[in-house]
Design a protein around this ligand. Structure first.
Ligand SMILES: [Ca+2]
Ligand SMILES: [Ca+2]
Length: 147
């Protein structure tokens, strides 16, 4: 029985090593992702990611966007914070992990900065596109960190 226990521990250890991500995180190319169902403001969601050595997720391609969306599927594709913001300067979109902002599947008519919206939510509307939203809204979020 003790040997079985050791073997199981070894298998768990090996699966973590091969995956390169902490338990519960999903590997997508060279990053680990975690869907956080607890609704928080954008800033609190980012601070929560930081506490785990991560940032709110940046998104750089349609395939990445789809894979990150799939992490929200079990929860019914709720509107979810990702790491884009134009808070420092209106209309200049930045990722808070410092990567370049070149891909953005905005919903039609977005970003509209309606009453000063500076943070990006994904899964907006029927086509689950991106919308700029007031950063103080409480939403689930997706964290990401390098493998
Ligand atoms: Ca804005
Ligand atoms: Ca908007």
């Amino acid at each position: 029985m003790a040997d079985l226990h050791k073997i199981l521990l070894l298998l768990i250890l090996l699966s973590e090593v091969s995956n390169g991500c902490p338990p519960g995180w999903t590997r997508i190319s060279e990053r680990c992702f975690l869907f956080v169902p607890t609704a928080m403001s954008w800033a609190r969601a980012e601070r929560h990611c930081l506490s785990m050595g991560a940032n709110l997720a940046s998104v750089h391609s349609s395939s990445e966007n789809r894979m990150i969306q799939s992490l929200t599927a079990h929860h019914g594709y709720p509107e979810t914070w990702i790491g884009g913001t134009d808070a420092p300067e209106e209309g200049i979109w930045l990722w808070n992990d410092g990567t370049s902002f070149h891909y953005s599947p905005w919903c039609p008519g977005e970003p509209n900065n309606d009453r000063n919206q500076h943070c990006i939510q994904m899964n907006h509307g029927d086509s689950k596109c991106w919308d700029d939203m007031g950063c103080d809204r409480h939403l689930p979020s997706v964290c990401a960190k390098k493998v």
